[in-house]
Design a protein around this ligand. Structure first.
Ligand code: M6R
Length: 366
């Protein structure tokens, strides 16, 4: 059932090109290069009225939501707040009749996410769910559902669910932009064309995991690792850090690169590994200057750059190159080596990759 792989996690990492392709599936109108979401019951006119969005989820699903926030805000100019479900359910959120809530849950059974959904529904807030499980509680109770078609995810560490959730958020963001008229048809077409090339790019990244494996092996004796990045790179860093903690038990933290000097830089000393993501052109120089700061304190830096950017190699110890795409779509590629890094770090330590200690696949109790 592991299809020849050593673990479900590795199998699921390698299933990502398919999961992402299936999630896009019939939702892309290839002829007109736009997004269609036939599953939405509400009218386009209603959807266009929403002027504020809460995205509520836990763990990796919340991290997908952080990517969703940036893209929805950029493409639609609708303010989006991302909240951890266990916090949100006990808050007194500010709702108006133009507030839309998006809950994201692979399993559709996470207790806190479900409770947040129920609280919102009590206040008559429209809830859209992004979930991977047809017939799950979240799918049944939400007003609207966009399914991710990742197939069953067995490993505790979520991988293909994350990339599929990010795709679902891209599709929703584009659809909302179409409905609100905030992106021109030509802009949507360009993004759609790039989206369609993502599965192939993930596949090409999965072909050669050797460099990541070597870096992961070099972390065998270390007990702390940092991820830094800005903007979307920071959002993905959080996911890389969670994955690493979860299955390799290495203490790690993800920091917005510019925030380091407000405290965390004190922890950087000789040979501390730092994974530095620098894939976003608009803030590239700023990130590089933060990388220079950690290098100056002796950090061993693995940089993530976009293919064609051969400058970063001059600043860091080693570089992993992401296939070129639109900067907004890069997170779905950047996360791949981060998943592999966590996987190989866990394997190098001889741990049970699929069943990390203290954790359950589905957190159905509070
Ligand atoms: O099923 P859900 O998406 O609601 O689960 C949420 C989190 O429990 C889950 O993403 C968790 O963080 C993963 N184990 C991370 O790999």
């Amino acid at each position: 059932e592991k299809g020849g792989y050593d673990s479900f996690m590795l199998k699921e990492i390698y299933e990502q090109p398919q999961a992402v392709r299936d999630t896009m599936g019939a939702r892309i109108d290839r002829e007109n290069k736009r997004v269609i979401l036939p599953e939405l019951k509400m009218s386009d006119a209603e959807l266009a009225t929403y002027d504020r969005i809460y995205i509520v989820a836990c763990g990796t699903s919340m991290h997908a939501g952080l990517v969703g926030k940036d893209i929805i805000e950029k493409w639609t100019r609708v303010p989006v707040e991302v909240a951890v479900a266990s916090e949100f359910r006990y808050r007194d959120p500010i709702y108006t009749d133009k507030t839309l809530m998006i809950v994201i849950s692979q399993s559709g059974e996470t207790a806190d996410t479900l409770a947040a959904l129920r609280e919102a529904k009590k206040s008559n807030v429209k809830v859209l769910a992004i979930t991977n499980v047809v017939g799950s509680s979240v799918a049944r109770e939400a007003d609207e559902v966009i399914f991710t078609w990742a197939g069953p995810e067995v490993a505790v560490a979520s991988t293909k669910a994350y990339t599929s959730q990010v795709v679902a958020l891209y599709l929703f963001g584009l659809y909302l932009a179409q409905v609100k008229g905030t992106l021109a048809a030509a802009e949507v077409a360009t993004i759609v064309e790039h989206l369609e090339t993502i599965p192939g790019k993930i596949a090409s990244m999965l072909e050669d995991a050797e460099q990541v494996r070597r870096f992961a092996e070099s972390t065998k004796g270390i007990n702390s690792l940092f991820f830094i990045g800005r903007g979307l790179d920071y959002a993905v860093s959080l996911e890389g850090s969670l994955k690493l903690k979860e299955i390799s038990y290495i203490h790690s933290e993800a920091y917005p690169a510019g925030e380091l000097k407000h405290g965390t830089l004190a922890l950087i000393e000789d040979n501390v590994p730092v994974v530095a993501l620098a894939t976003q052109p608009d803030i590239y120089e700023k990130t590089v200057s933060n990388i220079v700061e950690v290098k100056a304190r002796g950090a061993h830096v693995l940089g993530f750059a976009t293919e064609g950017d051969y400058d970063l190699a001059k600043t860091v110890d080693e570089v992993i190159y992401m296939p070129a795409t639109l900067p907004m779509l890069t997170p779905i590629l950047t996360v791949i080596p981060l998943q592999l890094l966590a996987y190989y770090a866990s394997v190098a330590r001889g741990l049970d990759v699929d069943k990390p200690r203290n954790l359950a696949k589905s957190v159905t109790v509070e």
